[in-house]
Design a protein around this ligand. Structure first.
Ligand code: GZL
Length: 332
């Protein structure tokens, strides 16, 4: 059973415009000079979310919104619909609104220095959550709270190596990658490749982005099934793409989990259900319930306290037996 840092979970994203999702309009910290315009001294946090592309993302949004409410923090929430330009617009809007802290999950790793410098010049601290940026200027954000995606990819690869330890025949792998340029896609790919390197029997015969969505995961898996004469394993960077791929595999008259083994990442309820039906063979947990930790972090940052540069979330893995045991109480 995977270890889990316990934090609450909340419901769905909003449009790309900046919405005040929580809080009764209570006070900010205007007198603190670095922003915060909510009367009554409430901490005001601007949060730019990637989008609403997957079950994981929905659970993450719920967690952030519910935790903000619980912490008495006014949350200005923006859903970027997986577009970097929308996140940059939202961050600029937060700066204009003089929020106390900006928190965001960067949809891709690159291209953030300019807007983060604008936040720094406005004396508004920034916290990264879920995904990282590749900026070399560490002064542009106070902390990064999120998973180690390389470790997740490595865990998926390690399982595969064990699963095929006995056999000697070639193992043809197809890979559904996450959003191009995103930290989870880059790192889950490299961690997996690291785990299977030096094992000549493993061949990644096709690899393409499914953009972390079910629809795209199904579409790309359909193409793989047409173009690849033999597929033994699917490695999906998230469960939503794996679930879409399962539809494609079944429509092609094959049995997911048997004819084509599936290893995925996230550990959302729908995937654990598929596991209990024998359709997914292994799932690496990626914990979306970051809300409480994030609110604690933004409070410390606003108060000028020292915070760790990197806060790694606790996560585990699921076998089918563990999935069946976890399902009854699964929050998302
Ligand atoms: C990982 C997160 C990824 C999930 C996907 O922390 O950024 O984005 O694995 C989600 O399900 O779309």
């Amino acid at each position: 059973m995977s270890k889990r840092s316990a934090v609450a979970a909340l419901a769905a994203g909003a449009m790309v415009v900046v919405l005040t999702a929580c809080g009764s309009g209570g006070g900010g910290s205007a007198d603190k000079g670095s922003g915060g315009n909510s009367p009554g001294g409430k901490l005001v946090v601007g949060f730019s979310q990637v989008g609403a592309e997957s079950g994981w993302r929905t659970a993450n949004t719920k967690s952030v919104q519910e935790s903000a409410k619980k912490a008495g923090i006014e949350l200005k929430f923006s859903d970027a619909q997986q577009k970097q330009e929308n996140q940059i617009k939202a961050i600029r809007s937060f700066i204009q609104q003089k929020v106390d802290v900006i928190a965001f999950s960067p949809v891709v790793e690159s291209g953030w220095d300019t807007v983060l410098k604008e936040a720094k010049d406005a004396h508004i601290p920034v916290v990264l959550t879920d995904r990282a940026v590749d900026s070399k200027d560490e002064s542009l954000y106070a902390s990064f709270l999120g998973s180690d995606f390389v470790e997740e990819g490595r865990a998926a690869g390690d399982w595969l190596v064990k699963e095929y330890a006995a056999g000697s025949g070639e193992v043809n792998i197809v890979q559904l990658e996450g959003t191009t340029g995103s930290a989870p896609a880059n790192d889950r790919k490299s961690g997996f490749a690291d785990a299977v390197k030096g094992q000549p029997k493993f061949k990644i015969v096709a690899s393409q982005t499914g953009d972390f969505t079910r629809a795209k995961g199904k579409e790309v898996m359909q193409a793989f099934l047409k173009s690849q004469p033999k597929i033994d394993v699917l490695y999906a960077h998230n469960d939503d793409m794996a679930l879409g791929a399962i539809q494609a595999i079944e429509e092609a008259g094959k049995k997911p989990g048997t004819d084509i083994k599936i290893v995925s990442v996230d550990g959302v309820k729908d995937a654990l259900t598929a596991m209990s039906q024998g359709k997914i063979n292994f799932d690496v947990e990626c914990n979306p319930l970051l809300g409480d930790q994030l609110m604690d972090l933004v409070k410390k940052v606003k108060a000028g306290e020292q915070v760790p540069r990197r806060i790694k979330t606790e996560e585990g893995t699921f076998t089918p037996e563990q999935a069946a045991a976890a399902l009854p109480n699964r929050q998302y």
